[in-house]
Design a protein around this ligand. Sequence first.
Ligand SMILES: Cc1cc2nc3c(=O)[nH]c(=O)nc-3n(C[C@H](O)[C@H](O)[C@H](O)COP(=O)(O)O)c2cc1C
Length: 191
Amino acid sequence: MNILIFAGSTRQESYNRKLAKAAAAIAEQQGAQATLLELADFDIPLYNADLEARGTPADVIRLKQAMHSHAAWIICSPEYNGSYPALLKNAIDWASSPVKGDALWSDGTLPFRNKVVGMASASPGGMGGLRAQSHLAPLLLNLQCWVTPRCHAVAHAADAFDMQNQLQRSQDQQAMQALVEQVLWAARRFQ
Ligand SMILES: Cc1cc2nc3c(=O)[nH]c(=O)nc-3n(C[C@H](O)[C@H](O)[C@H](O)COP(=O)(O)O)c2cc1C
């Protein structure tokens, strides 16, 4: 089973990037092959239909391919103003936009349909970014993803990781293990 893991942040010291790395390590421990995707590695402009009409950027196609080739995903999203960040929305909007005349990518939901997606978040606040997940879930469901019942929010994220960027609280470790396990469990049943 392969699993795609990415964060909705490109910040150097991002808690959600750390969480994504922790999730990838857990997935590998559970026998999966984890692909840690960095949105910073993708040159994706702000979505604009006029721009798109001149040709879908190559890195959008690369993102679609990465999403499509993994049956299971985990998204680690920051919370911005009670929701998920524009970076994540922009990437998902581009990835779900049909490429006119393309045999494969003219189907906009293809990269998303039937993916099993686990959500996690990390925030310096006490709610751990949970409200970002409550906005992200309907977007993913609209794109025909299967969002797992389990999720996790890492609260007080400034104290959550040790020097090696490992989760240091047992409740965070256990919840992330359970989340990864459920995502892999469900994705295996879809294959
Ligand atoms: C515009 C903006 C809005 C924010 N709104 C929230 C919020 O509603 N809830 C919250 O817990 N943190 C909020 N934060 C703080 C982020 O959780 C914090 O910057 C976090 O480190 C971002 O995630 P990252 O470390 O993965 O980059 C906000 C940050 C910014 C820049």
